[in-house]
Design a protein around this ligand. Structure first.
Ligand code: GLN
Length: 478
């Protein structure tokens, strides 16, 4: 029977199996079928994936050089454009929208030989932390089906968690890759802002959005990053820094200077068991020869409000194109309805509750009477956060903190209070506000049986250190 551990091992398997890609694709297609109830996939590209596998098997037989991700089975969050396929942002407003070009990340995956197996459910327009905001139903956590997988990239996380794909790409604006990775017990990497082109990623908040990677191991995340990262003429914010060969540059023998925020571990909302596990783990790191210091970070309480002011402002602007004329669902009009009515009805019918809430909030903070009080103020705090973070990361190689204050909660448990859901983003939104890379690695299990991770953050473009530290931490897990 087929079983997957790492891309490297899979590639050795391919070297000895002439129809290895076919075996892998058939295996994943049947796993997707067996796990249908989890609602992780909105669409499965059965026929195409089989054809692609056959093509790649032939390519190997002919001894043609294949890319670094030859035969690797990948699932895509429903906000990443894949030419000729529906990309709906899990929203009714884009239910019938077919992408007219490939996202750059997808183009690079395909060039490297990957097989795209399907499109994953997510929170509508990537807004949420539980995947309950999808227009196409909630996703279930495979470890406990009464619990959420996290969000917004919940379907992608479950695809990797439950073994329905080797890798999945998600997007992370404020934690949407790291938080579901934490809830599902897998690796979730958000690279430096701009490290991966955003071309073809449906925008939520453009100065925060970044494509990220779900995998079972740090090594696989490194290999995928090395393929999808890089400059792009189609995205002026894409980083021009050269892309290191991350997977071969990981080294786990170094000793690091690591900081953690006192306020983060003393936060009242933090589950005591999570706090306890991280404190114990800090000792493990010290025993392994790393310097780990507690430092003050008084701005911690400001980051959630700043994030929600700025991202909703950007969202209100980004989502204005979905109006029933330029894009998306168009409402049926009654006699006498004018253009305004068309916009209003189309948007009210097409967008779900959470998306509407954020558009309204964003429009409010950008409105002329409130602009300075909210938007400008939040920009100033963002600047302050960046300066303080730069100073800290001038002295330390990395910062560690919890990924989420609690393990995965029950489906429906947090639906009544949006603020409570927002506050749980306290540890993840920080990296997006300051543009640094961050990863959640699956180190712990809670007494309730659910996994949880540790978050590691480094300076911009220091993914090699980020991945190296994480690799060492995974080794220290046992
Ligand atoms: N949970 C956060 C939010 O709702 C993060 C979303 C994301 O990263 N896309 O905005």
């Amino acid at each position: 029977m087929f079983s997957f551990t790492t891309i490297k091992n899979y590639q050795s398997f391919l070297a000895t199996h002439a129809d290895g890609c076919k075996i892998a694709v058939d295996y994943y297609l049947s796993e997707i079928e067996n796990n249908k109830r989890l609602n992780s996939f909105l669409e499965v590209f059965t026929h195409e994936a089989r054809e692609r596998a056959a093509f790649l098997d032939e390519e190997r037989k002919a001894g043609k050089p294949s890319g670094k991700l030859h035969g690797v089975v990948v699932a895509l969050k429903d906000v990443i454009s894949y030419k000729g396929h529906i990309t709906s942002a899990s929203s009714k407003i884009l239910e019938n929208y077919t992408a007219v070009y490939n996202a750059t990340a997808v183009e690079k995956l395909l060039d490297a030989g990957a097989i795209i197996i399907g499109r994953n459910n997510c929170d509508e327009f990537a807004m949420g932390s539980s995947n309950e905001n999808s227009a196409f139903g909630a996703v279930k956590n495979a470890i406990d089906e009464n619990r959420v997988p996290g969000g917004s990239s919940g379907g992608s996380a479950v695809a990797v968690q439950a073994g329905m794909s080797m890798i999945a790409l998600g997007s992370d604006t404020g934690g949407s890759v790291r938080q579901p990775a934490d809830f599902c017990g897998i690796v979730g990497l958000k690279p430096t802002y701009g490290r991966v082109s955003r071309y073809g990623l449906i925008a939520y908040a453009s100065s925060f959005d970044q494509i990220g990677i779900f995998s079972k191991t740090v090594e696989d995340a490194a290999l995928v990053l090395e393929v999808i990262a890089g400059d792009d003429a189609f995205d002026s914010t894409a980083s021009q820094h050269p892309v290191p060969a991350y997977s071969s540059e990981i080294e786990s023998g170094k000793k690091y200077r690591i900081a953690y925020f006192k306020e983060a571990l003393e936060n009242k909302a933090l589950d005591t068991e999570i706090a306890g596990s991280i404190r114990t783990y800090i000792q493990t790191l010290q025993e392994d020869g790393h310097q780990v210091d507690a430092i003050d970070f008084e701005l911690l309480d400001y980051i959630v409000p700043v994030y929600y002011v700025l991202t909703t402002a950007e969202a209100s602007s980004n989502l204005s194109r979905f109006d029933g004329v330029k894009y998306g669902h168009r409402a049926k009009l009654a006699e006498g309805d004018d253009l305004n009515e068309l916009y209003k009805k189309s948007r009210s019918e097409g967008f779900g509750k959470e998306v509407q809430r954020r558009i309204i909030l964003g429009t409010f903070v950008l409105s002329s009477g409130y602009y300075d009080a909210y938007f400008t103020k939040a920009q100033q705090v963002r600047q302050l956060l960046s300066e303080q973070t730069r100073a800290i990361l001038g002295q330390y190689d990395a910062i560690i903190m919890p990924t989420v204050p609690t393990p995965a909660f029950k489906i429906g448990e947090k639906n009544d209070d949006p603020i409570e859901m927002f506050l749980a983003d306290i540890y993840t939104v920080f990296a997006n506000l300051v543009g640094i890379p961050a990863i959640s690695i699956p180190l712990f299990t809670h007494s309730n049986g659910m996994p949880f991770g540790l978050q590691v953050l480094t300076s911009q473009h220091k993914e090699v250190s980020l991945l190296s530290i994480s690799e060492r931490m995974m080794q220290l897990k046992n």
